[in-house]
Design a protein around this ligand. Structure first.
Ligand SMILES: [Zn+2]
Length: 357
């Protein structure tokens, strides 16, 4: 798919759109841009859309023109002679890929006035690759610009960070995701609501999911989307057990958690095993946030249909304990996104979550 024009990319928070529009109307793009945000908020969509806009000599604040000679060069699969995309294959971006890219940057642009390199999941650059990239960012070849994406800025080397202008993508409310899905998809409202709840405000994830569900179940993506829905239901019933399970069950729960997360691998976002586990932990974070929000009558719960299980957790552990647990889950997620051993991290985490009560 050719990139979406910038005006059609869903962007949260809303003021960010104006900042980016202003950036687009300047004569030249930033040398290096880093887009951060949790999985599925649309980092990849935005990166491609911005690159397409800056490649286009007729761009406006709405993005690329889609008709000029440069824009006509986008292939159906989203390739362009003046764009190179690096991504983890499958777990890491290795030095060979960066070297190959550096070789590419010794050539002049093919049709556009400049060239772009997108580095998806830049936190997956291995140390040698990160150092090689740093050299390129420090002395960028003329007419070459870079867009990096990552779940969080502190996962990158400070030396790389200091070279980048940072754009932070946020999430939408469940209700706002639901409205956008309803305007685009013919699926039953209940299904769309489930997608909106689970997308955690990440519109890109929600749209890809709904698209996959719309394709016949027998096809790869449709089947995967249905499997994902199943996996998420499993995760929720597992979270519900945190309100009642004994400490002896911790390892069992950790195992079931990892198994459920396996069904989230690949899929519409081509998630790596680590990204799948991190996503599972993001849902768990949301579960704990919901349990803490129960005290506030007007707070909107992400998992409003699971109020009873959330209350059970709230009765078992005091708010201060759940705050601390929330911290532990966040740290576990960070460790997983780094190189920590998934089994050790999840077992340690579930023991902690069940230790008192
Ligand atoms: Zn154009």
């Amino acid at each position: 798919m050719a990139p979406l024009p910038f005006s059609e990319v869903v962007i949260a928070p809303e003021p960010l759109r104006r900042t980016l529009e202003q950036m687009l109307t300047r004569p030249s793009p930033p040398q290096s841009l880093l887009i951060v945000g949790m999985a599925g908020v649309g980092k990849r969509t935005l990166a491609r859309s911005l690159a397409a806009a800056w490649l286009c000599p007729k761009r406006t604040a709405q993005g690329h023109c889609q008709t000029c000679l440069v824009c006509q060069k986008w292939s159906d699969t989203g390739e362009h002679p003046d764009l190179r995309v690096l991504k983890p294959e499958p777990e890491q971006i290795k030095i060979d890929a960066v070297r190959e890219m550096r070789g590419w940057t010794s050539f002049a642009p093919a049709v556009a006035p400049l060239r772009f390199v997108i580095i998806e999941e830049a936190h997956r650059l291995n140390p040698a690759a990160a150092n090689a990239l740093l050299k390129t960012l420090e002395e960028p070849p003329p007419l070459y610009h870079f867009i990096l994406t990552a779940p969080a800025s502190d996962l990158l080397l400070p030396t790389i960070l200091s070279r980048c202008r940072i754009v932070r993508l946020g999430v939408l409310t469940t209700e706002s995701v639901l409205q956008r899905l309803k305007s685009r998809f013919e699926l039953p409202e209940e299904t769309l609501r489930t997608i909106a709840e689970f997308s955690e405000g990440a519109i890109g994830r929600a749209i890809r999911w709904a698209q996959a569900l719309q394709s016949p179940e027998s096809e790869g993506k449709g089947r995967q989307a249905h499997n994902e829905l199943d996996a998420l239901q499993k995760l929720l019933s597992l979270f519900a057990r945190l309100g009642v399970a004994s400490l002896e069950e911790a390892l069992r729960l950790a195992y079931e958690f990892r198994e459920a997360c396996k069904a989230l691998e690949g899929g519409t976002e081509e998630r790596s095993p680590r990204a799948a586990l991190a996503l599972g932990l993001e849902y768990l974070i949301q579960w704990y946030r919901d349990s803490l929000a129960l005290n506030y009558p007007n707070a909107s719960l992400r998992f409003a249909s699971h109020r009873q299980s959330l209350s059970q957790l709230a009765r078992r552990f005091a708010p201060a304990e759940r705050q601390r647990d929330l911290q532990s889950i966040t740290e576990a997620r960070r460790a997983i996104l780094g190189n920590a051993n998934a089994q050790i991290v999840t077992e340690h985490l579930f023991i902690q979550l069940l230790r008192a009560g």
